[in-house]
Design a protein around this ligand. Structure first.
Ligand code: BG6
Length: 503
């Protein structure tokens, strides 16, 4: 994010070790991103990839399965020369954290590979494994000395979910920090790889006009929406143990919230930016049990239709318990206790199997104090929203009032829309390229620090506790393909507000 295209440099030589190389994440995102970096000449001069999994296979078997994945998931046409060059620097090692000697063998493999390929001893370990393997893998990396930085760098990339609540996130942080230093840990949130998400900072801090009005004096409230059309699909087992709140809020939605609400950092560096983001999350009001129940909505989808697809009841999904109390939709009203935001509600909502795909942050400015135009009551003026659209299209949109041409003064709401794609020609990407590249050059501004992760879990913990105490009470339902449960509208209606309509 700190760099313009001209300033992009090749990372230092290194070995890239992928744990979980046979899995979905590697095929869908990690390899296509490495491919895109290779196509942009942004991989190190001397580079090798070591794929690790619990079950053995030959280097060639792995290469052909990854090539198949690349053809399926690449974001641009696959050039065979580039793909083959990338795959030729890949080797496979069978290792399982439950089998310590296998990690000794991995270490030997890396040592000899690095000698042969002259990669200088720098290593990036990417945990593309199920979360249960995070801590055991890190322990083995520690035991074998593979995380020790003796003149070369050693980094660990760790995927979400980072814990399942505040206690487990703290325990995982503590465990990792026994093995390595904070600067070696790259906790990934793929939302921070999205261009428009990064652009929130630029919009706020590279323009003089927004910051003076970016506060409680001018902003009425903020809405953060992540609506998905997809149901739970084949992820029933994972999802039923997780739910919409854990899956999306302390990570993705809080990334958006903290970028929108943070104070200007003293400097644009990882320490200052991450400290300001963590401060916002720490300032989220901790509700009592009653307040948590009043200010939250949880719901499950029922059968319905999305486009041509018939969706079954969430509770009838494969691997979902028939009496499940797991929410597939959540809406929250949060308050931030600081001088900038006191009294300004942040309404967050996210859900699966909804009528459309939409990710956006909408900032609602206060209405004009009175209307001087006869016949147009201030209540009937269009609402002033500044909306940062992230999906399906990357946009910035301003809604304001304008005069309808003609002899009398009549007013209508209009909108001004900036579409990213109209201005900037960029090759489609997975969003992981920036993140992987940043790990290789050691820039951790887009990664989460331990305090930020824990502050996020701390903010949602009162809701998790309150829901747990309620059991099945208070779970609403909504039809798949709809706009979500009616009680989510009620959450705003009782404050005299409404969700921004999908346009
Ligand atoms: C993932 C969640 O982290 O983010 C998924 O586990 C969700 O459940 C996905 O679908 C949403 O990402 P995006 O980029 O499509 O908004």
């Amino acid at each position: 994010m700190t760099k313009d295209p001209q300033a992009k440099r090749k990372p230092e030589n290194c070995a890239f070790v992928i744990f979980g190389v046979t899995g979905d994440l590697t095929h869908r995102l990690v390899m296509p991103s490495l491919y895109n970096l290779a196509a942009e000449h942004l991989l190190p001069e001397k580079f090798c990839v070591v794929g690790v999994a619990r079950k053995g296979q030959s280097d060639d078997e792995l290469r052909s399965s990854l090539l198949k994945g690349l053809r399926q998931f690449a974001t641009r046409p696959v050039d065979d020369d580039i793909a083959q060059k990338l795959l030729q620097c890949l080797t496979f090692v069978e290792a399982d954290p439950k089998d310590s000697p296998s990690f000794d063998r991995l270490r030997e493999h890396l040592d000899s590979l690095e000698c042969a390929q002259d990669t200088g001893g720098n290593r990036l370990f990417y945990l593309a494994t199920p979360p249960a393997a995070f801590a055991p893998t890190a322990r083995e990396l520690g035991r074998t000395g593979m995380m020790e930085e003796n003149g070369a760098w050693r980094r660990l990339v760790i995927e979400k979910p980072f814990g399942t609540d505040l206690a487990s996130a703290r325990a995982l942080n503590a465990e990792l920090l026994k093995i390595m230093d904070e600067h070696q840990i790259y906790r990934i949130d793929h939302y921070l790889g999205k261009e428009t998400v990064q652009n929130i900072l630029v919009l706020r801090f590279a323009n003089g006009m927004f910051e003076p009005i970016w506060n409680r004096n001018h902003i009425d409230h903020i809405q953060i929406t992540v609506e998905e059309k997809l149901g739970v699909g084949h992820r029933g087992g994972f999802y039923d143990a997780t739910g919409a709140l854990r899956d999306m809020v302390p990570n993705h939605l809080f990334q958006l919230m903290s970028l929108v609400a943070m104070e200007p950092p003293a400097r644009f560096d990882a320490h200052s930016v991450r400290s300001e983001k963590a401060d916002v999350l720490t300032s989220i009001q901790q509700p009592s049990r009653e307040e948590a129940l009043k200010n939250s909505v949880r719901a499950q989808y029922l059968a319905g239709r999305i486009g041509d697809e018939e969706i079954t009841d969430y509770r009838k999904t494969e691997d979902v318990k028939p009496g499940s109390t797991t929410e597939t939709f959540v809406a929250l009203k949060l308050m931030i206790d600081n001088w900038r935001w006191a009294g300004v509600p942040f309404y967050l909502r996210t859900g699966k199997a909804l009528g459309h795909k939409r990710t956006e942050v909408a900032i609602k400015f206060k209405q004009a104090p009175l209307s001087m135009f006869s016949g147009t009551d201030v209540d009937r003026l269009s609402q002033n929203f500044l909306t940062i659209g992230i999906a399906p299209t990357e946009t910035i949109e301003l809604q304001f009032n304008a005069k309808i041409p003609g002899p009398s003064i009549t007013i209508d709401g209009v909108e001004m829309k900036f579409r990213y794609g109209d201005y900037f020609r960029v090759d489609p990407s997975t969003g992981y390229e920036t993140l992987i590249y940043d790990c290789m050059i050691g820039d951790n501004i887009l990664f989460q620090r331990a305090d930020g992760i824990e502050a996020g879990w701390q903010a949602v913990q009162p809701f998790l506790d309150a829901w747990k105490s309620e059991g099945t009470n208070g779970i609403e339902t909504y039809e798949a393909g709809s706009d979500g449960p009616a009680c989510a509208d009620e959450l705003l209606r009782r404050d005299g507000r409404s969700w921004r309509k999908f346009s």
